[in-house]
Design a protein. Structure first.
Length: 281
C-alpha cells in the first residue's frame, strides 16, 4: 500500500467514525462532568468509547502483526522521520535503505522491536500497565535517542528534561522529578490507582496514554512508549488496536497542544477513539 493509498483509507475511516459520532449528544448532562485521572482532567460524557469495538485477543494480534510496517511508519512519521512506507517495509525485511540517515533507520528498528516486545508480553500474559513494562518498552524504543532509556527522569545519573515544544511555538516545562525521580514514581503510582477506578478498559488505555504523555516520565520517546502501552492494554482487554495515522497529524498535534496547555485530555482521548485500525481481513 502506498502512502497516498493509506491516506485515502485513513480519510475514509475518519469519515465513517465521524458519522458514528454524530449520534452522541454533546450537551448531555454527563458531558460536563470533569474527572481528574493522574496528570490530566477529562470529560467522560464527551467521549464515545464504543467506537472501539470488541476484538478477540488472537485476532487483534494477527491484525497488528500483519500491519506492523504500517504501524511503525505512522509512529515514525509523526516524529518527523522521512522514511516512506515502502522504505520501512524494506528496512524491516532486513535490507538497508540508501540515502537515509542512520538515526532514522535506528528509530524505525527500535519502534518495531518495542511493538514486538509488547505483543510477546500480551501473548505470554506478562503485559500490564505497570512501570516495569513501560520501562522495558522505553528501553527499546528510545535506546538510540534518549540520554537514558528505561528510566524515569531523575532516576539515573541525568536530571531535568521533560520540556515539550508545542506545534504552534513555545514550550511547556516538564513536571518536576523530585529527588532521585521520587516525584515521577509517585505520579505514576497515583495514575495507576486512578485508572483502577475506571470501569471501561478502553477508557483506562486511552486515559493512560494522555496522562503519561502529559507527565513526560522519560527524557524522550514518551508518546511512542505510551502509545505502545495503550495498544497493549486494548489488545489484552479484547478490543481493537489503535493506530494514530500520519494522515491525521494536524488533528493529533492540535489535541496534544491542548493537552499540554490546559491539562485537559478530552480532545486527545476523543481523537484516539476514531483511530482504530480498519478491518481489512
Amino acid at each position: 500500500m502506498t502512502t497516498a493509498e493509506y491516506a485515502q483509507r485513513a480519510a475514509e475511516n475518519r469519515a465513517r467514525h465521524g458519522s458514528d459520532r454524530s449520534v452522541r449528544d454533546p450537551f448531555a448532562a454527563d458531558a460536563t462532568r470533569v474527572v481528574q485521572t493522574g496528570r490530566i482532567t477529562w470529560r467522560p460524557g464527551a467521549i464515545n468509547f464504543d467506537l472501539i469495538k470488541p476484538s478477540p485477543v488472537a485476532r487483534s494480534i494477527f491484525r497488528f502483526e500483519k500491519s506492523l510496517p504500517e504501524l511503525v511508519w505512522n509512529a515514525a512519521a509523526l516524529e518527523g522521520n522521512t522514511f516512506t512506507l515502502p522504505q520501512v517495509q524494506t528496512l524491516l525485511d532486513g535490507v538497508t535503505v540508501g540515502g537515509k540517515k542512520l538515526e532514522e533507520a535506528e528509530q524505525i528498528l527500535a519502534l518495531s522491536e518495542g511493538m514486538e516486545l509488547m505483543i510477546a508480553a500480551v501473548r505470554d500474559g506478562s503485559f500490564s500497565l505497570s512501570k516495569g513494562m513501560s520501562d522495558r518498552i522505553h528501553a527499546v524504543v528510545a535506546k538510540y535517542e534518549a540520554i537514558e532509556s528505561g528510566n524515569f527522569r531523575g532516576e539515573g545519573s541525568v536530571h531535568g528534561g521533560g520540556s515539550v515544544r508545542l506545534s504552534t511555538g513555545g514550550t511547556i516545562d516538564g513536571d518536576p522529578t523530585g529527588e532521585n525521580g521520587e516525584q515521577m514514581q509517585a505520579d505514576y503510582t497515583n495514575l495507576l490507582a486512578a485508572l483502577g477506578a475506571l470501569d471501561d478498559p478502553r477508557a483506562c488505555a486511552l486515559v493512560y496514554f494522555a496522562s503519561a504523555t502529559r507527565s513526560q516520565f522519560y527524557f524522550d520517546g514518551n508518546k511512542r512508549t505510551a502509545r505502545i502501552m495503550m495498544t497493549g492494554a486494548l489488545i489484552q482487554s479484547s478490543f481493537e488496536p489503535v493506530n494514530i495515522p500520519y494522515a491525521r497529524q494536524e488533528e493529533f498535534n492540535v489535541a496534544l497542544d491542548e493537552l499540554f496547555r490546559t491539562d485537559d485530555g478530552t480532545r486527545l482521548i476523543d481523537f484516539l477513539t476514531t483511530c482504530t485500525m480498519p478491518d481489512t481481513t
